[in-house]
Design a protein around this ligand. Structure first.
Ligand code: UGA
Length: 461
């Protein structure tokens, strides 16, 4: 058999969230035959009708072309998906439990389904876990579920790997096609080689592929995300110090810091704090995991504490400009945890909105992608349909997400619409000099004479 005949061509993906569906369309776009399996009939219908089931730039188009080319189809039956393919990527979610640990329920039930399907296969099958799981999960409960359900033995009868995913929401497809590196955790050499061959074929040369133990690969994911979280909290801590020193601007400071090649400029933007479904969850989970191993992880705890305080600090800056907040209108520009997504999970905007509503302010929010906050506690929020409606009659405006259309606003846009033009730039999209000269302007990390930042610190700390 030639190398080509031996090459993996048919891939199944279990789970169709950001990771699963991005992986599916990217493999399909490069000629692999992909079956994306999900338990949701709705999602199966939507994908097979050539549409993405959630908002992600470029995904709709990628799903359409993949389905039209015949290289992708969605399937409700996991077992069928596994049976018809040579490799299965497991990409289901690992949501946060109330105690901060991860919920493995979906990973285990998917592993059992895959295991059952393996009993009907005559050829070697490789199972690759992409879901974010703490070290020991793949060798422990995942392998046990696969072996128990199949009656087969990992390493001997089927392959098992961990292949963490590093894509970001908002740039999921680009990140999947052009990752900085690929990490393969292997249960045994044969499994690792099988996945390395597949991924070398997919990426070509030029992208480093690192092979290591299952546990190291599981840890790479957490170590990477917590490092990113720590960089952001570091920038936010520097911002809080800079705010106490007139003439200092944290964005200039971080530019000066980031050009040191040992540090690099990315993820040093001070702002309202990190949100989303990954950085907060993974930092909490690694904290809990470390604790369970008898280590208290002070750096990770501090990373979370600084982050929590940052959103409250932004709300305090607004309250300080409002004076008596009761009855005053605050305009929030941006709700999503970052631009180009409608995702509100752990968004700093929620903390800010909750604090302002609690203080008796009237809060209006405009976000290009989020139409409303459906969770309890936000019933008092008002959702105007444009930026200008949101600003109209407001006493303070807070920039909470750096959407492109907000960056184009000028001081006049605020002056003309607002009752008292005061802007809190919590995402650093405006020039402090241009805005500071025209209206009341506070920006995260910009030193000022006002005592606002000190008041806010006493309230918070
Ligand atoms: C993050 C990681 O960046 C991905 O590499 C990883 O694969 C993903 O989690 C995951 O585990 O699935 P994501 O949550 O999509 O990706 O978003 P990020 O771009 O990392 O942004 C997270 C938060 O940090 C946002 O709220 C953003 O506003 C904030 N942030 C980011 C800052 O406040 N400052 C920065 O300099 C960068």
């Amino acid at each position: 058999m030639t190398a080509h005949e031996n090459a993996v061509q048919r891939i199944s993906i279990v789970g169709t969230g950001y990771v699963g569906l991005s992986t599916a369309v990217c493999f399909a776009s490069r000629g692999y035959d992909v079956i994306a399996s999900t338990r949701s009939e709705d999602k199966v219908r939507t994908i097979n009708a050539k549409r993405a089931p959630f908002y992600e730039p470029g995904l709709d188009e990628a799903v359409r072309t993949s389905i039209e080319s015949g290289h992708l189809h969605a399937e409700i039956n996991r077992s069928e998906a596994v049976r018809q393919t040579e490799v299965t990527f497991l990409t289901v979610g690992t949501p946060e439990k109330a105690d901060g640990t991860i919920d493995l329920r979906y990973v285990i039930s998917a592993s059992e389904d895959i295991g059952r399907a393996l009993t009907r296969k005559k050829t070697y099958h490789l199972v690759v876990v992409k879901s974010t799981v703490t070290p020991g999960t793949v060798r422990g409960p995942v392998k046990a579920a696969l072996e128990e359900a199949s009656g087969l033995v990992a390493g001997r009868d089927f392959g098992l790997c961990m292949n963490p995913e590093f894509l970001r929401q908002g740039s999921a497809i680009r990140d999947t096609l052009y990752p900085d590196r690929v990490v393969i955790g292997e249960y045994d050499k044969r499994s690792g080689q099988r996945l390395a061959d597949l991924l070398e074929g997919f990426y070509g040369s030029g992208i480093p592929i690192l092979r290591m133990s299952l546990e190291s690969a599981e840890m790479v994911k957490y170590a990477s995300n917590t490092f990113l979280a720590m960089k952001i909290s570091y920038a936010n801590e520097m911002a809080r110090i800079c705010e106490r020193v007139p003439g200092v601007d944290v964005s200039k400071v971080m530019a000066g810091v980031g050009l040191d090649e040992r540090i690099n400029p990315k993820f040093l933007n001070a702002g309202a704090g990190f949100g989303g479904s990954c950085l907060p969850k993974d930092t909490k989970a690694l904290c809990k995991f470390a604790e369970a191993q008898g280590y208290s992880a002070p750096l990770l705890r501090a990373t979370l504490a600084v982050n929590q305080a940052q959103a409250s600090h932004v709300a305090q800056l607004a309250l300080a400009t409002l004076g008596e907040p009761r009855g005053k209108k605050v305009a929030l520009l941006g709700l999503s945890f970052k631009p180009d997504t409608d995702d509100l999970r752990e968004a700093p905007s929620l903390t800010v909105a909750r604090t302002l509503l609690g203080a008796g302010a009237r809060v209006s929010a405009f976000d290009p992608a989020v139409k409303q906050v459906s969770q309890p506690g936000f019933e008092g929020l008002d959702y105007p349909s444009s930026i200008s409606e949101c600003l109209a009659g407001a006493h303070c405006c807070i920039i909470l997400t750096e959407w492109e259309q907000f960056k184009r606003l000028t001081p006049d846009d605020f002056i003309q619409s607002m009752a008292t033009p005061a802007v809190i730039d919590a995402r650093r999209i405006f020039d402090p000099h241009e805005f500071g000269n025209r209206l009341t302007f506070l920006a995260v990390g910009v030193g000022r004479e006002l005592d606002v930042c000190r008041t806010s610190v006493r309230d918070n700390d």
